[in-house]
Design a protein around this ligand. Structure first.
Ligand code: SF4
Ligand code: SF4
Length: 304
């Protein structure tokens, strides 16, 4: 039997309008080499499937999830459902049984055929809107073999492909993927490598090399999360503007900090280390944009 290539994917969203041109399907691969302290999709970080359990409020106390789990993973402790996740097979039986959406399994193995079946449902929309498919994560380039096989199939269907990447990837794999996509949305969080390591777990030398590669190989847009107390300062604005000016990137998109993913940390049983951080006032985000523009002639704007 042929060993079919698979990847863990935690979401496939149809009819996306913010991850590139036109109407798109965005595929979210599970697993990332970075651990950004502000990550709004913490379920994207681990390469393996995970249980997310919402706090007890609103739970009907029906205990169906506990009773039906054949592995005895779930139990009630201090008024909430808890999991012994090491025993979990991530079959998602509990997710399908819970009428109150209290339990979710993030991450499921897909083959390329599985993903194509979903993507092809909207092929007419891609054609009519100049849209296509965006591969995101987690870190898409950490699944290079699967992604290259998927790109083969998308090319055969004439469907345009873009990627969103943190850029921390083996240089050869990264180049192979970047060379075959229409656009790369490339995250830059910090320019100083020691600061980068402090907030993401890794230095950024490899990331900056891959940004250079990406911009030489295809259209590249730099995406920057604006994080108060982390990168919202004059030194970073200058370094970022100068970087954008020095490379053949198309422009810079800014993403102001928000707290939409914070509740997921508790659902995963993790701490959110930036719990005191609050979004910057609009004027501060506008100031960041104006400052960065001083150092580059490339378009700089907020992500639409
Ligand atoms: S199935 Fe849902 S509502 Fe019922 S006990 Fe489990 S979490 Fe609560
Ligand atoms: S995903 Fe399956 S094995 Fe894991 S807790 Fe739910 S029912 Fe049990």
């Amino acid at each position: 039997m042929v060993n079919e290539i698979t990847a863990n994917i935690f979401d496939i969203q149809r009819f996306c309008l913010f991850d590139g041109d036109g109407i798109r399907t965005t595929v979210f691969f599970k697993g990332c080499p970075l651990r950004c302290a502000w990550c709004c999709n913490p379920e994207s970080q681990s390469f393996t499937p995970q249980l997310l359990i919402k706090p007890w409020d609103g739970c009907a106390d029906c205990r169906r999830c506990i009773d039906k789990c054949e592995r005895g993973v779930l139990s009630l402790k201090d008024g909430r459902i808890v999991a012994d996740e090491e025993k979990c097979g991530h079959c998602a039986e509990c997710e399908s049984l819970c009428a109150f959406d209290k339990i979710k399994v993030a991450g499921k193995k897909y083959t390329v055929d599985d993903v194509m079946e979903i993507i092809l449902k909207d092929k007419d929309y891609y054609e009519d809107s100049n849209g296509g498919v965006t591969l995101s994560g987690g870190e898409v380039t950490a699944h290079a073999d699967f992604v290259l096989a998927l790109i083969d199939r998308l090319e055969k269907e004439n469907i345009s492909v873009m990627i969103e990447t943190c850029g921390y990837a083996d240089k050869d794999s990264f180049a192979k993927i970047a060379a075959r996509v229409k656009r790369v949305y490339f995250d830059i969080k910090l320019i100083d490598s020691a600061q980068h390591e402090k907030y993401t777990g890794k230095g950024n030398e490899l990331i900056l090399e891959n940004l250079k590669q990406a911009s030489a190989l295809t259209e590249t847009v730099v995406r920057v999360p604006l994080i108060p107390d982390v990168n919202m300062n004059a030194e970073f604005y200058r370094a970022l503007g100068e970087l954008a000016e020095a490379l053949p990137v198309k422009g810079v998109e800014l993403l102001p900090y928000h707290r939409l993913g914070v509740s997921k940390y508790a659902e995963l049983g993790k701490d959110y280390t930036l719990s005191d951080l609050r979004p910057a006032p609009r004027a501060e985000n506008e100031k960041a944009l104006a400052e960065i523009k001083k150092y580059t002639s490339k378009p700089v704007g907020f992500r639409q």
